[in-house]
Each structure stands twice: as C-alpha cells, then as structure tokens.
Ligand binder design. Structure first.
Ligand SMILES: [Zn+2]
Length: 168
C-alpha cells in the first residue's frame, strides 16, 4: 500500500507461503486510503485500512495482508505495528516503526526485513486463529516494542507449530 519497496514485498510473499502452506499472489498496489488518515495524530487508523483491504479480496476464503510505510494507530493505542481482523481475513503491517530512522538511528537494511517478516507472520498467524504465544523466542510472541521483535526467533515454537498444523 502506498510507496512500498516491491522487492521486499516480493521476498515476503515467497518466504511466507511455505510457512502457512499457501500460495501467495501479490495484488496490485493500492493507495493509502485518505479516509484512514488522522490529521491530528498524523497516523492512519488501522481498522479503516483493514476494511479497504477486505474489498480487495476475491472471495471469503482468501486472506489479504497489506504492507505500508505509514504509522498506524487504534483509538485505544498510541500506535500499532500491525493489526488483523480474523473474521474479515485481513491484516496490515507498518514499516514506520520498523525502520531505524524512527529511533533516530542510521538506516540498517539488515534489520528491516527480519522485523517485517516476524510481524507479518505474527499477524497472519492471527488470521489462522493462532493465539499469541508467551514464549519470547517464538515468532508468534506478542511483541509491542522493537526490542522484543529483534530478540524473538524467526520460527514458531513447538506448541505453536503443532497448533498451526491443525489450523492451516
Ligand atoms: Zn509459540
């Protein structure tokens, strides 16, 4: 959504497919919905973005995940790194706080993709009805700060993996 590096989206799609045993199509890029933009917060309302993504679905069984550069929020949260709607089968992940720039640090490409990958897998795991994990090494661990994302692994723990095989 918006201006997102196609190479990164392409890599994400090919890495995620096998994890969930699904084929992934990359849809045509869409603009960030202006109705989701909150001028006062200068952030985008994640729920509005999800409803926009829902309209891009070809059928009910399809799931769609949007990747954007803009900062996201929910009314009860200062920000969200990602958000998912299980019933609608939609998820979104923002690169805004994944980027080192956000912390006033020099950009580091080696950090961006692993963070995006972990957050995207975590959000899509929600879509498969997998609840959040308490194991801080598991990719499905609920991580709200970047340090947690950086410290967790890129794989599901045994418990999540077992649950996931029954869900996908
Ligand atoms: Zn786990």
């Amino acid at each position: 959504m918006g201006e997102v590096d196609f190479m990164m989206v392409n890599k994400l799609a090919s890495d995620m497919g096998p994890v969930f045993n699904r084929s992934i199509d990359i849809l045509k890029g869409m603009k960030m919905p202006q109705e989701a933009h909150n001028v006062i917060r200068n952030q985008y309302y994640a729920t509005v973005i999800l409803s926009k993504l829902e309209r891009a679905k070809a059928n009910n069984r399809e799931q769609v995940i949007g990747i954007c550069e803009e900062d996201l929020y929910l009314p009860e949260e200062n920000y969200v790194l990602g958000h998912a709607d299980i019933l609608a089968g939609t998820a979104v992940v923002s690169l805004f706080q994944i980027r080192q720039e956000f912390y006033g640090l020099p950009e580091d490409d080696s950090k961006i993709y692993p963070r995006l990958y972990k957050e995207a897998i975590h959000q899509v795991a929600h879509l498969f009805n997998l609840s959040e994990c308490r194991n801080p090494r598991c990719i499905n661990y609920f991580s709200q700060v970047m340090l947690d994302i950086d410290s967790k692994g890129e794989k599901f723990c045994d418990i999540c993996r077992r649950k996931l095989t029954t869900l996908v």
